[in-house]
Design a protein around this ligand. Sequence first.
Ligand SMILES: Cc1ncc(C[n+]2csc(CCOP(=O)(O)OP(=O)(O)O)c2C)c(N)n1
Length: 342
Amino acid sequence: MAADLWSLYASMLRSRLFEEAIAKLWHDGYISGEMHLGTGEEAVVAGIVSQMQDGDAMALDHRGTAALLMRGVDPASIVRELLGRSGGLCGGMGGHMHLFSRAHLAASSGIVGSTGPCAAGFALAAQYLNPGAIAVAFFGEGAMNQGMLMESLNLASVWALPLLFVCKDDGWSITTESKKTTGGQLQERCRGLGVPAAEVDGIDVAEVTAVARTAIERARGGMGPTFLRASCVHLEAHFLGYQPLRILREPMKEAPGIGVSLTRSLLKRRGASLHDRAAALKAVLEGVLSTLHDPRRDPANDPVSRAREALLSDPPRLQELEARTEREINHVFTSVLAGNSL
Ligand SMILES: Cc1ncc(C[n+]2csc(CCOP(=O)(O)OP(=O)(O)O)c2C)c(N)n1
């Protein structure tokens, strides 16, 4: 496993540095619209992708960048896409939630739950046209409450589709705790439809890889789909700019602005009752205070740090790998921003 861990770490680190550079571009105003990063999901994605082969397909959700990079999509074409340039992966028309690569049989969508039917289509095509190939559907646990995903699980079961359902479970759907909107237990739901289900620590890339290997071999062998629930933590919360995190990271910068608007709203004569305003204020303060115990602050919940820990026994090799990866990512961004064709 030790040798594998080096390549898994390389892949995770590359994705992390890439997404951190994207975050910088977004904060600097180069990218318009929302930005959902996959930072914190790298071990899940790297573990699964490491078991994929040429001809395998994947359906990606609104956090699809890491998987595309790890499958070998040209990073510069992704950057150009996010910048809305015509030389982007989808001609600059898709943005970060609608990234497609025909060559890699990869398709992403911002429609929550849609990776189920998309991957089921890929898997059905593989079953007829390219036996031995498989498809993967990536989605969050919130998507498990979408009808189309449940229908896909059912069809995958009855048609024994070569399909891996990968649920990246961070416990939250935007600002709603998923347990407040989810009945029963996800693995049990899948088993009820005849789909075997496993749970894995999504921060541990070695564990994800081992479980993915078994599930994908099963699918390649014509034994049908598997559901994998991988727990993880989104390091940037739902999307970039999530306010409680901004306050936590830069309290002196954020607090005055918030204080002024909150005071103004409390003093307003028209609008919501004082009672409702006080309740809203309490909810805001509780949200901010909850970030003090935020799992994002614990390095043990960062899959990249976790994998790195296991490689500290060889500092020169680690240093060389990190410096090389940093150089590569810097080169991609500086070249694209300078307008080079790369
Ligand atoms: C069909 C549909 N409903 C609602 C939304 C709005 N929406 C975007 S992301 C999101 C939360 C999804 O939560 P989850 O599936 O757990 O994924 P996560 O964002 O946590 O990765 C929602 C409700 C959407 N994009 N598509």
